[in-house]
Design a protein around this ligand. Structure first.
Ligand SMILES: Nc1ncnc2c1ncn2[C@@H]1O[C@H](COP(=O)(O)OP(=O)(O)OP(=O)(O)O)[C@@H](O)[C@H]1O
Length: 254
């Protein structure tokens, strides 16, 4: 099942992705196209296969079947680090920052790790300056320019999640795979994150796995609904809201 009708070429094209764990098909024949300018949300009940799908797209687990293309190039068998370097960035459900370092240091390390020869720490300061420049620009895009010298561990939960996205941006991805970025956020933090995602989608293709349905229906340009590893619907939010299969399987009275 193909999930977008846009006439532009997709930046990321996943076709017929399947992942088995023993006898369980955690993801079964799922196809997703991601476009710059779109937030594509994937929703579904617990265990529907959303994280498994993201893990296949980011290269953390291999699909049992199906293919993934980035900009028309097959990346299905590329390792996660290579896929990250070719432009697929992701955030995680869990916090992945170094709390004892400053916001800028966290972001600089993420930038440096994504540069060629990240281990070559003895190289000239200009390389370090490159990582710093990228880090500052990622922090600005994530709305954290005024927090550079703050220790990451002392920030609020919402700001930490913003920092994780900044760290992902510091690897200069074209595709952003975001796994529950709003989890545990208060109303104000959610607003800030949604406004940031609205800006980021102008220059990135964004896949958003999220349980906050109000937020999903506000921010998503397209919503794919998964149940038991399969896509039961993929459409614009208004069509998803009124889709009888989705209402029965998932949304209830939302
Ligand atoms: N490494 C694994 N080994 C065995 N089964 C797994 C593994 N990872 C996931 N599963 C199973 O695959 C199914 C899909 O899990 P997945 O985590 O992708 O769902 P999800 O939609 O992300 O759920 P949630 O919303 O709770 O995060 C579940 O039944 C889960 O138990």
């Amino acid at each position: 099942m193909t999930t977008s009708t846009s006439t532009a070429s997709p930046l990321l094209e996943a076709d017929g992705l399947t992942r088995r764990f023993g006898g369980l098909k955690a993801v079964n024949n799922v196809s997703v196209n991601l476009y710059v300018g779109e937030v594509h949300a994937v929703i579904g009940t617990n265990g529907a296969g959303k994280s498994t799908l993201i893990n296949m797209l980011s290269g953390e687990i291999a699909p049992t079947d199906g293919s993934i293309k980035l900009n028309g190039k097959d990346v299905t068998t590329l390792s996660q680090p290579k896929r990250a370097r070719s432009g697929i960035g992701r955030s995680y459900q869990r916090t992945t920052i170094f709390p004892e370092f400053t916001v800028l240091e966290n972001c600089r390390m993420a930038a440096q790790a994504a540069l060629p020869r990240p281990w070559a720490v003895w190289e000239p300061a200009s390389r370090c300056n490159t990582a710093l420049r990228i880090a500052r620009s990622a922090l600005e895009a994530a709305g954290l320019s005024d927090q550079t010298e703050v220790h990451a561990g002392s920030m609020s939960h919402g700001k930490k999640r913003q920092l994780e996205i900044a760290m992902c941006l510091a690897t200069m991805p074209k595709v952003l795979l975001l796994d529950e970025p709003l989890a545990g956020m208060g109303a104000e933090e959610t607003e800030r994150m949604l406004s940031m995602l609205g800006n980021l989608k102008r220059t990135h293709a964004v896949l958003l796995v999220e349980h906050d349905m109000d937020a999903v229906f506000r921010i998503a340009d397209r919503i794919t609904v998964m149940v038991n590893g399969e896509v039961i619907a993929s459409d614009v939010p208004q069509a998803i809201r009124t889709n009888p299969d989705v209402q029965v399987a998932y949304l209830g009275d939302h």
